[in-house]
Design a protein around this ligand. Structure first.
Ligand code: SF4
Length: 226
């Protein structure tokens, strides 16, 4: 029996905007970001079956609004459609956290109305993408961004900033990249790396992100520091 889920967080007020959710942590990831906070999930095996997820969710009907698919990389799992369909049938909204490496999966989830909110990680521009993620997957990321830009599902783009890995100049280029892609009406989240957290690679100290908002285009979305 397939066990795609590494763990379940039964209750969260923080992971889906304005909704009470639980989090399904999908095991495994096709990237290896040095700053990843979830090395056990990225390199670990799933321990919870689809049947067990179903049983858990059935006890949360009426108590939670939504289910967050995180990980790891949830879109790497073929079972994402079955799990999303099951959660939808129970009345939950669905948010996916994704690195954008499987645009066709995101497109199908949108086409089949199996996702309500997407949080897309913007790791870096092509020149830094391999260094930061360990993989050459910028193009699929860009395709996912295009799908979201052209779609009707609510979404956000977010970037984790470790100041040894992304300079202020690179961050400014990322902002301009999003701007030129047509990213207008949403917020853009900059998440400062949390020093001291257990990560895939041992990284040096990262200063708080100090990107100058005045360097962004005047009509760029609000930049939110998390
Ligand atoms: S931070 Fe990177 S390695 Fe960790 S789950 Fe996200 S994409 Fe995968």
């Amino acid at each position: 029996m397939t066990k795609p889920i590494y763990n379940i967080t039964p209750f969260s007020l923080l992971d889906y905007p304005d909704k009470i959710s639980c989090i399904l942590w999908f095991a495994g990831c096709n990237m290896r970001c040095g700053y990843c906070y979830n090395p056990e999930i990225v390199t670990g095996q799933g321990m919870i079956s689809i049947g067990e997820v179903k049983q858990f969710l059935s006890t949360r009907i009426g108590l939670l609004d939504a289910v967050v698919f995180s990980g790891g990389e949830c879109t790497s799992h073929k079972s994402i459609f079955e799990i999303a369909s099951m959660a939808k049938d129970m009345g939950f909204d669905i948010k996916i956290d994704t690195n954008g490496s499987h645009p066709f999966v995101v497109q199908r989830l949108m086409d089949e109305m199996l996702v309500d909110y997407v949080a897309l990680d913007f790791k870096a521009l092509p020149s830094q993408f391999l260094k930061i993620t360990g993989k050459n997957l910028f193009q699929p990321f860009e395709n996912t961004l295009s799908i979201l830009l052209g779609g009707k599902v609510e979404y956000e783009v977010r970037t984790t900033v470790h100041t040894d890995l992304i300079s202020d100049e690179e961050l400014e280029m990322m902002v301009w990249y999003l701007y030129e892609k047509g990213y207008r009406s949403k917020q853009y989240y900059l998440q400062s790396f949390v020093n001291g957290a257990k990560t895939i690679e041992k990284l040096g100290y990262s200063a708080p992100c100090r990107f100058e908002i005045g360097n962004a285009p005047a009509d760029f979305p609000v930049i939110v520091f998390r």
